[in-house]
Design a protein around this ligand. Sequence first.
Ligand SMILES: Cc1cc2nc3c(=O)[nH]c(=O)nc-3n(C[C@H](O)[C@H](O)[C@H](O)COP(=O)(O)OP(=O)(O)OC[C@H]3O[C@@H](n4cnc5c(N)ncnc54)[C@H](O)[C@@H]3O)c2cc1C
Length: 417
Amino acid sequence: MSPSRPLPDTTGVAVVGGGTAGLAVAVLLGRRGIPVTVLERQPEPAPAPRGEILQPNGLAVLARMGLLDTLAARPCAETVRYHFLRIGHGPLATFDYSELDHPHPTTLVLLPGELDTVLREAATALPTVSLHAGARVSGLCRNGERVTGVRVLVDGAEHTLAARFVAGADGAFSRVRRELPVGGRTVTYPEGYLTGLLPRPAGFNRDGCYYLGRGEILGLFPVSKDALYFFYLLSPAQYTARRAAGDTRWLAERMRAIHPPLGEAALAVGGWRELEFFPCIRVSTGRWYAPGAALLGDAAHSVNPHVAQGRNLALVDAEALAEAITPDLLAGNAPSPARLHRWERQRRPQAEALRALGDELVLFWNAKNPLLVWLRDRSFKGLARNPALRRQVTADIAGMGPLPLSPVQRARLISPW
Ligand SMILES: Cc1cc2nc3c(=O)[nH]c(=O)nc-3n(C[C@H](O)[C@H](O)[C@H](O)COP(=O)(O)OP(=O)(O)OC[C@H]3O[C@@H](n4cnc5c(N)ncnc54)[C@H](O)[C@@H]3O)c2cc1C
């Protein structure tokens, strides 16, 4: 991004947030000749030490944008199968994306910075898009109810940027959402994730492994040919206590005990500076738009990482929102409330279904209660025996839904027959 480039006074679309949602919508609008100004508060990209799964729905958007091959040529791991295992017991079920009827029946696991780099490069190549790093949006400008621009802080000085439309892509704690009369609720889940990277041990194949225990989860996913991404469930209080104790050796030893083939690679876990703790946030928003503005990505609907969909939903939202904004915006025709309403109606059911699925997975996967653990393990074993239901669950996580299981299907999973 360009911290030194002066901010314009006016723009077509002011995009608040230069993450996946903001960069994707900027590329899509910029390619249609619409002037876009992206405002990102971070002075430079600060990629998190974690891997993320791009699902078939997100891959399809990137393919339509012509960026999938560029992304796939960067460090990443194509992962087709995810094994769920019970800690200390053995396999529960395997989900195989190659069984899906989808043009991209696979996932790409990568460092999130890789995707944002590809999007940023595509945006930078467009004369219609200007990217501004170190530009924090501090509020919205209005004429009556209508949003007419943003106030931006750059190097401590406040600027006003007039815009025909404002896209709030500023993440789960969205400033834009707080300023719009859209209602909303943010909930922090009881547990978050400690994440980091390890050297990928020889013999760790291309599959992802998800270990579930009683109140314990360890995920191990290849993220490139050399690196393995891990995530370990912890509550904020556990994280604070572990951190205060100083040493990270407990983590290396626990990972090695859960997945013995990690061997010496687990010892490369590093110190606290190489790890990061992420609380998990759920955002529900009453409405995703107001006159002159819309919310997308985590700003509209942050879901639990168990469904591995947040970044994919951000891409799909961006594509749909860009279609709702037409070049006659510049002649004063910002998308009407009716058009934005249609956009929200198109996108909301999937986001809500995945949010509900995320809550359900938190209840069962994170469970300590023996009954919930028993039901969870039994459901996984039911899925292992039932290819049609397993495919349906995989398709839901792959973003092909909403396709939630019916009560009868759920009962079938835990029945002994
Ligand atoms: C542990 C963990 C694992 C995850 N795994 C997956 C996964 O496997 N697959 C998946 O799809 N998703 C996953 N996610 C979710 C995914 O990271 C998010 O859904 C995704 O980053 C949302 O993108 P976004 O662009 O909407 O928001 P963000 O990535 O949060 O981007 C928002 C941007 O806005 C900027 N910003 C904020 N406020 C302002 C302001 N006032 N002015 C200017 N700029 C501002 C921020 O600096 C940021 O760059 C995971 C999340 C976590 C925590």
